[in-house]
Design a protein around this ligand. Structure first.
Ligand code: GLN
Length: 200
């Protein structure tokens, strides 16, 4: 069975673990650097990026996550997770892992409408996707290699750059599991195309 790690610092990792279970993969809670290398995929959930960054630093998690990405293993960041994966973050500027070529504005919808649900257009089969945005970031720029998989009003909200998938919304909070299923597909196609195991 596919083993998907869910970074379990704070926030809604339990909802991601349930979503992973519902699509037939095994969810593993990740808290320590040693937990990362043996996974097939890693989810970085929503939460508060400042808290998450502090934990990542304290537990020396940045290097194992970067190694995991370099080994072409799939990583899925949602909301705060997408912010952590971005190349550049502003409002305010803060450190990030720089694993996908996107520029992200934190809390990009402002305080007035900080949380909302919207139907977003997607290239994933099955029509528009219901998306829950909670103090969501906005993807303000994407690199040439990054593909847009879903948009809200012409703005990217789900993007893929190589083995990295990033959503500004919370796909784990709806019944529609197509974003998680896409992530599992990325993991499966990795397994088919690469013979060497993940670097330890
Ligand atoms: N606004 C949060 C941050 O910038 C992210 C919000 C979320 O993950 N729901 O850290």
């Amino acid at each position: 069975m596919i083993r998907i790690g869910v970074l379990a610092i704070q926030g809604d990792f339990a909802a991601h673990a349930r979503a992973v279970g519902r699509i037939g993969a095994n969810a593993i809670e990740v808290r320590r650097a040693n937990d990362v290398a043996s996974l097939d995929g890693l989810i970085i959930p929503g939460g508060e990026t400042t808290t998450m960054l502090k934990f990542i630093e304290e537990e020396d998690l940045a290097a194992p996550i970067a190694d995991f990405a370099r080994a072409r293993r799939p990583i899925f960041g949602t909301c705060a997770g997408a912010i952590l994966l971005a190349r550049e973050v502003y409002n305010p500027a803060q450190a990030s892992l720089g694993l996908i070529d996107i520029v992200v504005e934190r809390n990009g919808y402002g305080r007035q409408v900080d949380s909302f649900i919207a139907e977003v257009e997607t290239s994933i089969e099955g029509g528009p996707l219901e998306a829950v945005f909670i103090r969501a970031p906005r993807i303000r720029r994407i690199g040439p290699e990054v593909k847009v998989i879903a948009r809200l009003n012409d703005e990217p909200v789900l993007v893929r750059g190589g083995n990295i998938l990033a959503a500004t919304f919370h796909p784990e909070l709806t019944e529609d599991l197509r974003a998680h299923s896409l992530f599992v597909e990325m993991i499966r196609s990795f397994d088919r195309s690469v013979a060497t195991p993940c670097i330890a």
